[in-house]
Every structure is written in C-alpha cells, then in structure tokens.
Write a protein that binds this ligand. Structure first.
Ligand code: ZN
Length: 83
C-alpha cells in the first residue's frame, strides 16, 4: 500500500468509525449526516414512526424524545420530530 492509499484508507476508516451505525450501502445518507441534515420522523395513526431515510420504528410508549432518541437508529442523523 502506498502512503497515499494508506492516508485514504485511514480517512475512510475515520468516517465509518464515527458513523458506526451506518452500513456501507448508505453512503449518500452518510454524506447527509456529515452535513448534519436532520432525519425527519413522522408518526402515523398506528404509532409507527416513519423516518426520512426510509425506515419505520415503533415505541411501546411515547415519542422519540420521550424515549431519549436524539439520533436516527438507521442513518445516525439528528432526529427532527414532525407534527
Ligand atoms: Zn434516519
């Protein structure tokens, strides 16, 4: 491995370590997270929270904030609860 390749590998490793909840297939999402764009969560009538990154979560009780959720489980971005 050249010095340059090594530097790139180190840089990539840093990003993945910092965003360890994100899989490699979510690279666009990672870029958004790096830009600190919030993940918008909206709740449906059945109490399921739909996230801007395309996931669904439910809580036994309360809102994400009530459950201490500040960052999206799937993309790692800050959660913004939409009313
Ligand atoms: Zn998300």
């Amino acid at each position: 491995m050249t010095v340059r390749e090594d530097a790139i590998a180190q840089a990539i490793k840093k990003v993945w370590t910092r965003r360890s909840t994100v899989s490699a297939s979510h690279f666009t999402t990672v870029m958004l997270a790096e830009m600190n764009v919030p993940c918008e969560w909206t709740v449906d009538d059945d109490g399921y929270w739909k996230t801007a990154c395309g996931e669904e979560w439910s809580f036994e009780e309360g809102s994400p904030k009530d459950n201490g959720v500040n960052f999206c489980f799937s993309c790692g971005q800050p959660v913004r609860v939409m009313k």
